[in-house]
Design a protein around this ligand. Structure first.
Ligand SMILES: [Zn+2]
Length: 440
């Protein structure tokens, strides 16, 4: 069994016309399901003047309204607990994950038993595609607390790997586990993979020689698909890097690299991909970047129809030599200025929320993003309001603490400047200076 190339050969290698036929049939049923069972979708489709029965081709989906994080959050607040996008009674929901958003209201992602099993089967498929086999030992180093990536360990276990449920333990502990349990595969963020390898070297542990990790799965940051970052981490560990992509609104990971390591295959039997011009919402040709818009095809608990992910991706036009027919894409980055520090998403609006809500500051701020020893850092500059200059130190500490409280990570430095020091934007303000790319 370990010799076989695919987890589910027939599905993964289905000729495109058949795959698209399957998607069409599932989409028709799914739209009807959402319309019948979710008050939100009924209202949204009626408002847009579209009926599920009108969908005859996959392209007809363009007549249906978009959803996004904001809608998700707003509709979640409408009803107690899970909101009105949900399509099943609560007793059928067996799992929710939560993700923090830019306004601080965590968005919840519900799963029925079938959704959860489907989710873990996709994880098994992606793990298999990355080369995990039953003889592997896998150390799961993702957060188990509320994070959608936590349960992904079950996918590895269902595949037959020996699974070590480490979670986000301190580096020393993880290195100890890696030495003693001799796992061959792990999953973390690219930054952390780098940090952990460096920490090992400092302790006299050479990851290439003294540890057994031969594959590292990464997600949550673009680094896994950036050649320079990839090869630096692969070199440090003597391991192969596989990039995965996921979002809590649908699945933990829903796309991952195959051994070709050229783009990520999306689980297209579960998710329909549109790549659209973010301004015109028109489809862009394959090979051109656009916003990734995803539609679930089977999610029972909460269908996501035309969900605008805010990620810019390019769908690769060529079929993959691995034989999998499901679309491959490359992620270019976020549309907005999201900063990802140690796998945690920080939005400029998080900083703004803190800075504008604090007495003693003018409300002006500037964020500087940079890399330090391959880890992403950010500094924040703020201005003391007149009369508050003497309290710079307390102001700075308070800003750090509040940003940490709001976003989960702290800025490296906060500098309190005199009022009027920072440039005032007359147009749309861009308050993020990125020293890695030189943009602002
Ligand atoms: Zn492939």
């Amino acid at each position: 069994m370990a010799d076989r190339k695919y987890w589910e050969e027939e599905l993964e290698t289905l000729p495109r016309p058949k795959l698209e036929q399957l998607q069409l049939q599932r989409l028709q049923e799914h739209l009807e399901y959402a319309y019948q069972r979710s008050p939100y979708y009924r209202e949204a489709f009626d408002k847009a003047g579209v009926k599920p029965a009108a969908l005859r081709h996959l392209e007809d989906l363009s007549a249906f309204p978009f959803t996004d994080k904001k809608i998700q959050r707003d509709r979640q607040l409408l009803l107690p607990d899970l909101g009105d996008m949900v399509a099943v009674p609560e007793e059928q929901i067996v799992f929710v994950s939560a993700s923090s958003g830019s306004t601080g209201v965590p968005t919840l992602s519900p799963f029925t038993k079938r959704d959860f099993d489907d989710f873990q089967n996709v994880e098994s498929r992606l793990f298999w595609s990355a080369g995990m086999r039953p003889k592997d030992r896998y150390v799961h180093a993702l957060n188990f607390s509320l994070f959608v990536g936590g349960p992904d360990v079950i996918g590895a276990q269902n595949l037959g790997a020996l699974c070590i449920w480490a979670g986000t333990v301190p580096s020393d502990r993880l290195l100890y586990i890696m030495k003693e349990f001799k796992p061959t595969i792990t999953w973390t963020t690219p930054s952390y993979a780098w940090h952990l390898g460096e920490s090992a070297l400092k302790q006299g542990i050479d990851p290439r020689r003294d540890l057994h990790i031969r594959k590292i799965i990464v997600a949550g940051e673009p680094g896994g698909s950036i050649p320079a970052t990839r090869s630096a981490i692969e070199e440090l560990w003597g391991a192969e890097l596989f990039d995965f992509y996921g979002l809590s609104d649908i699945f933990g990971a829903c796309a991952g690299m195959c051994p070709e390591k050229n783009g990520l295959h999306l689980a297209e039997d579960h998710i329909l991909l549109e790549v659209l011009d973010p301004d015109t919402q028109e489809p862009v040709p394959d090979g051109q970047p656009g916003e990734m818009v995803l539609t679930t095809l089977q999610k029972q608990a909460r269908p996501m129809i035309r969900f605008r992910t805010g990620d810019i991706v390019t769908r690769l036009p060529e079929p993959c030599p691995c034989g999998r027919t499901h679309s491959r894409f490359e992620v270019q980055g976020r549309i907005d200025d999201m900063i990802i520090v140690s796998g945690v998403n920080v939005f400029p609006s998080d900083i703004e929320y803190v800075v504008r809500g604090m007495e003693g500051l003018t409300g002006e701020y500037r964020i500087t993003v940079y890399e330090e020893k391959r880890l992403l850092r950010f500094d924040v500059e703020v201005e003391a309001a007149e009369g508050h200059e003497a309290h710079a130190e307390i102001l700075s500490e308070t800003v750090i603490e509040r940003i940490k409280l709001r976003s989960g990570v702290r800025p490296k430095h906060v500098r309190v400047l005199e009022s009027g020091t920072l440039p005032r934007a007359t147009h749309k303000a861009r308050r993020v200076v990125d020293l890695r790319t030189g943009t602002n």
